[in-house]
Structures are given as C-alpha cells and as structure tokens.
Design a protein around this ligand. Structure first.
Ligand code: FE2
Length: 143
C-alpha cells in the first residue's frame, strides 16, 4: 500500500492541530513497518496508542471548534465519533483474538481517515479559523 506523506497543502491553519496530524502520518509509517514484519506485539501497542492519541486529538480539535463557535462542529464531531467507534472495535477484536485483525485493515482505516477526514472535513474549518484570525488582526489594529 502506498503511504500518504504529509505536505503543506494538508495544513488546517492551526499549528497544534497540524502537529497532531503529523503524528498520525508518522504513526501510519511506523505501523506499516511493524505490520510488514508481522510484529504482533508492536501492532498491539500501536493500536492502543492510536486509540488513545486519536481520542486526545479529536477532543482537542472539538474544543478548538467550540471555542471559535465553528458552525460545523456537530457534523464534524459525528465523523469523529464514527472513527473512534471503528478504532474501539478494532482494539476489542485485537484483544480478543489478534489473528482476527489484519494489519492491512488497520492501515487502510488509518490511511482513509487521514486522506478523507483531514483533507476534506478538517480543511473545512481552516478558512473559518483563518477568517477569524484576519478579523482579530484587523480589529486589533494589526495587519
Ligand atoms: Fe477532525
């Protein structure tokens, strides 16, 4: 599977969110290596980490959207909830029987999430944040 690399066109205009998103890209690269070597312990650790990291990041993103009164928050949060649910199912299945979850499947879910959610949905809030920043600068007398 060809891995997607981070590039500036994926920026959402918020340094912390961009930093979080970059970690996801790095996780995918690492996961791909472990999965190719069929290192099941490492795959288990990465699934655990992915679940916890995703929960932390998505919650931070929702807090940011709430803070700036982003009008698309409810729909965006619904996408996050679906992703967290998918990860939870993977985690439970892996814990029950690690052979029931293929690394390729996990990799595909992660990759799809990054490409479809970050590129499409997260990019929707980027212009909203940027317009607020521009407003703030002009209101404050800075350009
Ligand atoms: Fe998001």
């Amino acid at each position: 599977m060809e891995l997607v690399e981070w590039n500036d066109s994926l920026s959402v205009g918020d340094p912390l969110m961009d930093a979080h998103h970059r970690v996801f890209f790095e996780m995918i690269r690492e996961f791909s290596e472990y999965q190719e070597k069929d290192n099941r312990d490492a795959v288990r650790d990465r699934i655990e980490f992915l679940f916890e990291y995703a929960a932390m990041h998505l919650s931070a993103e929702e807090k940011l959207m709430h803070k700036v009164n982003y009008p698309g928050l409810a729909a965006h949060k619904a996408e996050h909830d679906v992703f967290i649910h998918e990860l939870l199912i993977i985690k439970i299945d892996f814990d029950k029987d690690s052979s029931s979850v293929s690394g390729e499947t996990v990799l595909k879910i992660m990759q799809d999430w990054l490409v479809n959610h970050i590129v499409v949905s997260d990019k929707h809030y980027a212009p909203y944040l940027q317009s607020l920043q521009a407003q703030f600068c002009s209101l404050s007398g800075f350009d």
